[in-house]
Design a protein around this ligand. Structure first.
Ligand code: SF4
Ligand code: SF4
Length: 100
């Protein structure tokens, strides 16, 4: 017997949530993708201590932002920029393929 659509949906949502948590846990919080290494970081980037950084409004981060120096840019999901390079990206967990 095949599962009901509701069951499939719940299973998919659970899988999606687990994947998201796995990705979040893998991030080293180095802040490099937010400009911490490059020298003109996003205005929302805050130092959290012990070499780690955090976003001031992580839940609502996507969209228009500017760096401390006034450069305008869009914050996007990191998976959309993995094919690009940025200062400090050699240390990025996703670039190192920890989840592949
Ligand atoms: S808004 Fe985006 S780029 Fe800026 S600190 Fe938050 S996650 Fe990084
Ligand atoms: S560069 Fe990679 S490991 Fe560092 S904060 Fe960004 S996503 Fe996380």
């Amino acid at each position: 017997m095949s599962p009901s659509p509701g069951k499939e949906y719940r299973r998919y949502k659970k899988f999606q949530k687990e994947q998201e948590e796995k990705w979040e846990a893998a991030c080293k919080r180095c802040g490099a993708c937010c400009g911490a290494v490059e020298g003109d970081p996003c205005d929302y980037l805050e130092y959290a201590g012990e070499g780690e950084y955090k976003c001031r409004d992580y839940a609502n981060r996507f969209g228009r932002h500017h760096s401390r120096g006034g450069q305008k840019f869009r914050c996007v999901p990191v998976r959309e920029i993995l094919h690009k390079s940025w200062a400090g990206d050699k240390n990025c967990a996703y670039k190192q393929g920890v989840l592949l």
